[in-house]
Design a protein around this ligand. Structure first.
Ligand code: FAD
Ligand code: NAP
Length: 491
């Protein structure tokens, strides 16, 4: 939980003389509303807004979102069979319905407005637009047919507009996931689950239909390091082990010397390692037989070096690694494992949406120190950063995955966003940001944007469509349809 106690910042009062300039204490005192723009309506955007509303009286916030619908990866990333995770939407809704907040959907930084424009029209701008691309392996044949990214696969089953025609080829017997994070495990679970379970969720109807025809029986989850370094977490592993439709099959050799290191492990790592060993032991005693033919096969110490195939992927060639100080070091040994479909799942990646953003292309995040965006000549990795004065772009901030890089659960994103929002509040009270005149906010003339009422109309329609099928909602995919429904709602 976020426990740090931050001071409450009161409204910003500005003394002005009759020419409107910042003036002496004898002039009358007027309250100017600090006007803030947040770009991106995912968890980072909403948590930042929530904190600022509470701690900076009188502030008004516009949350600008590229899509007609809010919530970012909570809607388009979190797996459909994890509805409890999506309860954060209730908190985000309360924030959006605060009279000091405006949601402006269907407006995109880089397309509908520039960063310069925002900085002129608001006292402060927060970039929270997440990480929407994915990392690549840079190995031969990565663009071969049937090689996808897990990001695309997730976007497909979760109904992100633009991915509905991905049509992943599920006609083969085996899927290989490259990477062992929770995203890879989400994909494995969705592919190996029974469709009867999935049909009660908000998974898209087209994905459900494709999964019902899937021939995939085996899913390999391949990591470059060992069981002690696996990136997936215990809850997600437990869900895999409990799948009634599928057996988990470990490779015994991957666990050489693992048991003896258990006493020295930190508690969470200890618990997950014990669970893996217990499952391995059950497998060795023949106790893990599933009712069906599906198999989940984690494979450790393998880095992909070549994707093999002619018209489509047929196999992946791996180098066998050994571990030195926790790092994967390639050996001379190779292994080739046949497969019909590959999803690489080695992390998401942010991109720069505007040439004026100080962006670290290598790390894929905005150069910032504690959320304050650095001046363009500086990078976050500058050793001397603490000694440099005047190092920040006044009034420009970043939080969430765009600022931290694409790791961390919603709670991590919340903690980061509250801390960045606190920096914003402090900069207002300490007059780092001078509220020396009101700001107009975004020029919306001629722009087709979706208001919060517009989103509520889309939401109601999705819930109505879902109810007919026994689902919590059937997501709308077509942006044009969403805009039509939203435009009928009053603002
Ligand atoms: P995002 O959620 O990506 O939000 C960014 C928002 O910015 C989006 O709405 C996007 O449309 C918008 N945007 C993008 N570009 C622009 C632009 N140019 N202009 C305006 N708006 C723009 N965490 C958990 O705790 N539990 C889970 O079960 C879980 N499952 C996950 C599953 C997947 C597949 C992934 C990838 C992550 C998951 N996470 C989970 C992590 C969680 O989703 C992240 O911690 C969190 O979403 C990061 O929030 P964010 O606001 O930084 O980014
Ligand atoms: P992740 O947890 O960082 O996992 C990335 C995986 O890719 C790791 O196994 C990593 O191995 C591997 N990898 C990275 N570069 C590689 C390379 N060049 N070659 C081979 N393997 C490589 O990322 P993620 O799965 O995308 O998840 C992102 C965040 O969202 C995480 O914090 C995750 O917990 C969260 N999330 C949570 C849930 C949930 O709570 N259910 C669901 C989905 C996502 P190394 O460890 O060796 O680097």
């Amino acid at each position: 939980m976020f426990r740090k106690a931050f001071p409450i910042v009161r409204s910003v009062k500005v003394a002005r003389n009759c020419s409107g300039r910042h003036a002496s204490t004898t002039a009358s005192t007027t309250t100017v509303q600090p006007r803030i723009c947040i770009v991106g309506a995912g968890p980072a955007g909403f948590y930042t807004a929530q904190y600022i509303l509470k701690h900076l009286d009188n502030s008004s916030i516009d949350i600008v979102e590229k899509l007609p619908v809010p919530f970012g990866l909570v809607r388009f990333g979190v797996a459909p069979d994890h509805p409890e995770v999506k309860n954060v939407i209730n908190t985000f809704t309360k924030t959006a319905e605060n009279p000091r907040v405006r949601f402006l959907g269907n407006l995109s930084l880089g397309k509908d407005f520039t960063l310069e424009e925002l900085r002129q029209r608001y006292h402060a701008v927060l970039l929270t637009y997440g990480a929407e691309q994915d990392n690549t392996l840079n190995i031969p044949n990565e663009t071969l047919k049937n090689v996808l990214s897990a990001r695309e696969f997730v976007a497909w089953y979760n109904g992100l507009p633009g991915y509905e025609n991905l049509n992943p080829d599920l006609s083969g017997k085996s899927l290989t996931l490259l990477g062992q994070g929770n995203v890879a495990v989400d994909v494995a679970r969705i592919v190996l689950s029974s469709v009867d379970e999935l049909k009660k969720t908000d998974i898209t109807e087209y994905a459900l239909e494709a999964l019902s025809r899937s021939q995939i029986e085996t899913v390999h989850l391949v990591g470059r390091r060992g069981p002690l370094q696996a990136a997936f977490t215990i809850k997600e592993l437990r869900e895999m082990l409990k799948l009634s439709t599928c057996a988990t099959e470990w490779r015994g050799d991957d666990f050489d010397h693992v048991e003896e290191s258990i006493p020295n492990l930190p508690r969470p790592r200890k618990r997950i390692t014990e669970l893996m060993l217990k499952s391995l032991s059950e497998q060795q005693q023949g106790q893990n037989k599933p009712t069906g033919s599906r198999r989940f096969q984690p494979v450790f110490f393998r880095s992909p070096i070549n994707i093999i195939g002619h018209e489509k992927v047929e196999a992946v060639e791996y180098v066998v690694n050994r571990l030195v100080d926790g790092r994967a070091i390639p050996t001379e040994q190779r292994e080739t494992i046949a497969t019909d479909l590959v999803c690489r799942s080695i992390g998401y990646r942010a991109i720069s949406m505007d040439k004026h953003i100080n962006f670290d292309e290598r790390k894929g995040c905005v150069n910032n120190a504690g959320g304050r965006v650095l001046k363009r000549t500086l990078t976050g990795s500058d050793q001397t950063i603490d000694d440099i004065e005047d190092k920040h772009e006044t009034g420009l901030y970043a939080s969430g995955w765009l600022a931290t890089g694409p790791t961390g659960v919603i709670l991590t994103t919340m903690n980061n966003s509250f801390a960045v929002a606190d920096a914003v509040c402090r900069d207002f009270t300490n007059n780092v940001i001078r509220v020396n005149g009101s700001r107009p906010g975004l020029d919306l003339s001629g722009k087709q944007y979706v208001s919060w009422n517009g989103w509520k109309a889309i939401d109601a329609e999705e819930v109505r469509l879902g109810a007919a099928k026994g689902k919590p909602r059937e997501k709308l995919i077509c942006v044009k349809t969403m805009l039509q429904i939203a435009s009928n709602a009053s603002n």
